[in-house]
Write a protein that binds this ligand. Sequence first.
Ligand SMILES: [Zn+2]
Length: 192
Amino acid sequence: MKLYNKTKYPDDLLESLLIEAGKAVNARTAKVIVIATSGKAGYPSCHGVATRCDYVKRFALDTRAYKKGTYELKKGLVETDRGYFKITLPYPFLPDWVKASESYKQGRLLHDGLSITESIFSVASHEWRHIKQYQDNMFRDRFFVKQERRKRHDNRAWEKDAIKAANKAQDKPKNKAQEAILNLSLWIEENK
Ligand SMILES: [Zn+2]
């Protein structure tokens, strides 16, 4: 996996969690680009989007370098394996204003390591399943795709497949996946 980690999560812990999420839904993980960004502080929501492609522009992967005017250095393309996905992770730390807020004191804003990590795992395996669909060329019939796009988002064939696979991955995680989930959730608990 080619991880572009723009979050405050440690590279190694995040990488093993994301790779396990990919393996859990039978995707080929080795050459796939994954861009991880962070959500707003204090809001533990997680979401992602997968795109079908063979290459991603290098400057799109490292916007900081682009802003510094090193565009020339960042020219060119980075290869990926049939697609890439972007995942927005819950912000790992609790800022003081959140700790002081009424909703946090009343327990309405949950911030526990395990549920955050499990939501990352579940969103990641959903997006990995879309990558797997691109890799297997699962939904290639243009007419079929056009028909499915008329349906509501969650009712489309590829979404039903991804939701089913992600649920299965979460219900029966392998030992290595459990280990990766535990490691990242401990890190969140220690650093929040
Ligand atoms: Zn989806």
